[in-house]
Unconditional design. Structure first.
Length: 447
């Protein structure tokens, strides 16, 4: 389905972003020309998925739609036990309500915002063990999302086993720039986890894009199908959480899947309390049907090739204009290196947020800050945390925009880049929540 988009004036955008307290989440969608805020739930479903919606079984318990989803998860991902949830953070809530306690430590590779939020909300620590190379946006290596195995092993040795409920491996690594994790790294992380008796959880929102990069970049997988690679990836995993709004190409939905029947049963209480009965878990039958179809379509080569190539196309345009971004191009987004562009904005004034606002003012394009605002405050000192990277993420909805839209985005970024020396001040926080503040934070112009 298509819709008309409104091309606003600079004066209108200045008024709208001020009314939104300089938080792009607060903008009305009608005030956005090209929306690259997120790829979560914003894609276009296929004709087959829409047909599945019409066949949804809305029975409260044991619906046909639940069993269709169960079959898809078993056949494509290889898990026998799962609990549906209305989206990925809900799946995390069900899992972490069961396994995480205050004082626990969950090592991983750049935990995403909701994952880290759920962990820290419970008084636990999300320990980042991503390889150091991920912090150098100009470095071009194939698997920048990998976990540093030595760092992970040190953590597993340092903390008592009972204090590590899981190791969290995010594929692709969103916070580090949509960067993939190699099969070799998945295998070795699993080996370490099993040696220390710690479950391996895979945050699997973009697992299919990760499999695409394994096929195209890792020796020995070039002749394997995406579905074969996916099966092997998950063979090393004990638990998976899934925001189906990404690689299953639906507008709402998610689940948590288990190898352990015992853990599945323990999590059922929190599913029932917070989501719904265990055979719908906050989802309608029609949405479970569409999700089952999306798992199949999202693991097909032709779709993934088209999707990832569009993201790479924006990277190629930025190369022409000399605009720095996390290299190589990610699977779902381009992450523009804000700190290398707005060199005159102090880090205390939120460099990536400033670049996001400048891009919106330039052309009505909405991205999202992956930097100090998203990093939140230290849960103990309450001081702002300043991550190694200040990135502006431009996330592509699936099957939605054309390359003509991408050309507009690239030209707008070039215009901002050309006048970057004139941007000397950023923004200050006037109101924030204690955790995951970036969604509702209110800001004002600094100085």
């Amino acid at each position: 389905m298509v819709e008309a988009i409104y091309k606003s004036t600079r004066e209108e955008r200045e008024r709208w972003i001020k009314e939104a307290k300089y938080n792009l989440f607060n903008l009305k969608s009608d005030h956005v020309f090209i929306d690259l805020l997120t790829d979560s739930g914003t894609g276009a479903m296929s004709d087959k998925q829409w047909a599945r919606l019409m066949l949804g079984d809305e029975s409260y318990a044991g619906a046909r739609s639940y069993h269709a989803l169960k079959d898809a998860i078993r056949e494509i991902l290889g898990f026998e036990f799962f609990l549906p949830a209305h989206q990925g953070r809900a799946a995390e809530n069900v899992l972490y309500s069961t396994i995480v306690r205050a004082g626990d430590v969950l090592p991983g590779n750049s935990h995403f915002d909701t994952t880290k939020g759920h962990i820290e909300f419970r008084g636990a620590t999300a320990l980042d063990c991503t390889i150091d190379e991920a912090a150098d946006t100009s470095l071009e290596i194939p698997f920048k999302g990998n976990i540093d195995l030595a760092r992970l092993e040190a953590a597993l040795k340092k903390y008592p086993r009972e204090k590590i409920p899981a190791v969290v491996l995010t594929v692709t690594n969103n916070t580090a720039g949509g960067q993939p994790v190699s099969m070799e790294n998945i295998r070795e992380v699993s080996r370490l986890c099993r040696r220390h008796g710690v479950p391996l959880q895979m945050d699997s929102a973009r697992f299919a894009e990760n499999a695409y990069f394994i096929k195209t970049r890792e020796k020995g997988y070039e002749n394997r199908s995406i579905k074969e690679i996916v099966k092997e990836m998950f063979s090393f995993v004990d638990i998976m959480t899934m925001s189906a709004k990404k690689d299953a190409i639906v507008n709402m939905g998610g689940f948590v899947a288990f190898r352990s029947e015992e853990l599945w049963k323990r999590c059922q209480m929190f599913c029932i309390m917070n989501e719904g009965f265990i055979t719908y878990g906050g989802m309608s039958g029609r949405d479970m049907n569409a999700l089952a179809g999306g798992l199949d379509e999202g693991t097909e080569w032709d779709y993934l090739e088209s999707r990832v190539r569009q993201v790479a196309y924006l990277g190629e345009k930025l190369d022409e204009y000399g605009i720095p971004y996390q290299r190589p191009a990610g699977g779902h987004a381009i992450f523009v290196d804000a700190a290398r562009i707005l060199t005159r904005v102090p880090r205390e004034e939120f460099i990536a947020q400033t670049l996001a606002i400048e891009l919106y003012l330039e052309a009505g394009i909405r991205g999202v800050e992956i930097g100090a605002i998203l990093a939140d405050r230290d849960p103990v000192t309450r001081e702002n945390r300043y991550p190694r990277l200040e990135l502006l993420r431009l996330a592509f909805p699936r099957r939605t925009y054309t390359n003509n839209h991408v050309d507009v985005v690239a030209a707008a970024l070039k215009n901002v880049h050309d006048r970057r020396e004139r941007v000397t001040r950023g923004y200050v926080i006037t109101k924030e929540l204690p955790i995951m503040r970036h969604f509702t934070v209110e800001l004002d112009v600094a100085g």
